[in-house]
Structure formats: C-alpha cells, structure tokens
Design a protein around this ligand. Sequence first.
Ligand SMILES: NC(=O)c1ccc[n+]([C@@H]2O[C@H](COP(=O)([O-])OP(=O)(O)OC[C@H]3O[C@@H](n4cnc5c(N)ncnc54)[C@H](O)[C@@H]3O)[C@@H](O)[C@H]2O)c1
Ligand SMILES: [Zn+2]
Length: 354
Amino acid sequence: MRLGSRGGTVYDIVIGLGLLSSVPRMLNASFPSGKMFLITDANVSRRYGRKFHRSLVLAGAQAVLFEVPAGEDSKNHKVAHSLQTRLLENGVHRDSLVIALGGGVVGDLAGYVAATILRGVKYIHIPTTLLAQVDSSIGGKVGINHPMGKNLIGAFHQPSAVFIDPGVLRTLSAMEFRNGLAEVVKIAAALDEDFFEQLERRATRLKKENSTGLADIIKTAVGLKAGIVERDEKEHGIRKVLNLGHTLGHAIEAATKYTVPHGQAVAMGMVAEAMIARKMGLLKHKDYVRLVKLLACFRLPVRFPRSIDKRRFLEALALDKKSDSDGTGFVLLKSIGHSVIGVDVPRAFIEALL
Ligand SMILES: NC(=O)c1ccc[n+]([C@@H]2O[C@H](COP(=O)([O-])OP(=O)(O)OC[C@H]3O[C@@H](n4cnc5c(N)ncnc54)[C@H](O)[C@@H]3O)[C@@H](O)[C@H]2O)c1
Ligand SMILES: [Zn+2]
C-alpha cells in the first residue's frame, strides 16, 4: 500500500506475515551507504531487536542498537536527549536512517529523535503492537510527553516506510492486544460501517492475538487511516475524526494519573461520547448499543470510571480543547461509520457524566 499526502510525502506501508525477517535485507538494499540507528525498548529488544540488529549487520549494514526502558515513562525529554547525544557520538549524518522497532512509545520517541536531529533524518517504523500497527505508525505524528500533558512536544515527520508483521503480535499480552482493538473499533465506528459489521461478525474469533484473518483487519484499518492522512496530513480538518473517543479518553487517562491504559480509556471515552451524542439527538439508541456490545465483546471497559478526580478531569479536558485550534473539540458519532467534528458539547452533559 502506498501513502501519499497532499504535502508531497509518499511512502510504502508493507504488510505481511513473517515480514520482519526480510526487512534487514530490504533496508540494506535501499540504504546501502548510510549508518542505521535501531531504537527499540527492552521487551521488544529481547524478543526481536537483538536478532534484527544481528541480521542488519550480517546483511552488511553499519547499524547501532539503542534500547530504552519499556513503557510510557520513556517518552520524555530526558530519554530523547540521551538518544540524541548517542546518535551524535556515533556519527549521525544527514544520510543516516533511524529505525523504530516497537510499539507506539518507541515509534513516537524514535520518530521525534529522527525529526529533530540535524533538522531531520529519515526514519522507518516497524510497529510491534496492534495499536502501533493500525494507528500510531501511520500518519507521521511523532513526539514526547511534557509534565503538563501527553504528546505536547512533537512534530509531523512522515516515515520513509512502515513494515507491519502481524506475526509479532503473538507475543503481545492479551491486555495490550485489547488496547489495540479499541483503536480498530474507533477507526471502524468513525469511518466505515461495513468494516464495523465485519468486526461484529468476527468478534469472537478476533479476540485471539494469533487469529487468522487478523492481517486483513489490520490492512483495512491501515487503509482507512492512510486515506484520511492523505486528505489532511496536518489535522486541520477531517483527520480530527480519528480523535473519536479521545477527548474524554485523554481526560480519563490524566484524571487517573495514566493508570488506565490508553486503549481502555479510549473505549470508555467512545462510550461516554456516544452517550452524549445520543442525548444531543445525534445518535440513535440502536447504534449506541452496537458500539457498546462490540467493545464489551472485546472485553474492553464500557462504563465511565466510578471514582475519578473531577478537578483533574475537567482541567485535562480544558487543556485538550485549548490545544485544538478551533476550540470546540468533540468528535461525535452520527451513526456507525459516520461522525461529525467540531461539536460544542454543553457543560451540563459533561457534568452529568461525573
Ligand atoms: N503517533 C500517533 O499517531 C499515536 C497514535 C496513538 C497512540 N500513540 C502513542 O502510542 C503509545 C502507546 O503505544 P502502545 O500501546 O503500542 O504501547 P507501548 O509502545 O508502550 O507497548 C506496550 C507494551 O508492549 C510491549 N511490546 C511491544 N511489542 C511487543 C510484542 N510484539 N511482544 C511483546 N511485547 C511487546 C512493550 O515493550 C510495552 O511494554 C502512547 O504513548 C500513545 O500516545 C501515538
Ligand atoms: Zn489513540
């Protein structure tokens, strides 16, 4: 699949079971002279990273491996700065290539390092979580967190290629797999009723990380996201539909001090936002029920958290709204597969949730 944006960037998204083992040879053929910096986290390194690095070197590449601790805590200025220092110490050049091998954390962090070092070097992403395969690796949003909030520092920096191997999901924990399914449901609910129906039909089988047919689901989700990014790379308009469930989801994450994983917060956010859409007369009850049923079938949480820090929740919501240029924020479902952006939700509806 090829993604081309109006901004002029064009790159390949390659999807295939067992693809990971052929990537070192492919990379060495496409970047024969430059240095490669492979960035991964400790978990992924143990399972795939070290072997991948050995294969790169065996294929003839000049490749250096950097490991960061696994988890969201690595997505900060300190870790980014230390990676930048190590790249400079190891002779990074404008022709160098950064390779992100890992989930959304590694992708956002390594992509940010690639975007900022020497005013930007090429990078490729090999996403290893379902969330990263269907969502974060597509679209060029890279960045790190700031003490004032998530993803507040970053850039749009498109990768040169994305290589997706659904086979690596076999080692993913069930919880991380479910987090990815929340983003798959989001893409289907926001954009495509046929895809949503397909998920409903195959929900029971899809619960397993190694299920057959998963590659097709990933392909469809990636195609839908890529289609939106092509139309609106920098999120001035239509790309905002992909924030379905995220306005309330981000506030839930902040109010629970990030103890609720992102995918789960997005699931709760989607349901709460659908409830608001229903109360505002935008969404039919039957569509609300379909959304709740599918998320519940994937064992994702569908109830708003019982005890939540109300002050933090409202503060996070206000910050989220401020960072949105038109200040209106909400993406709401009109029906399954169709959503509207920029809806101003009266405060009473938010208060009712709390
Ligand atoms: N840039 C974007 O457009 C975008 C979109 C959505 C989310 N994000 C970001 O993505 C991040 C979340 O990403 P995530 O959910 O992938 O989390 P993650 O990168 O922290 O990965 C989750 C866990 O799974 C482990 N892991 C990764 N691949 C594995 C594998 N194949 N087998 C076993 N374990 C594996 C990791 O080591 C980690 O412990 C957040 O920081 C979020 O802000 C970015
Ligand atoms: Zn998300």
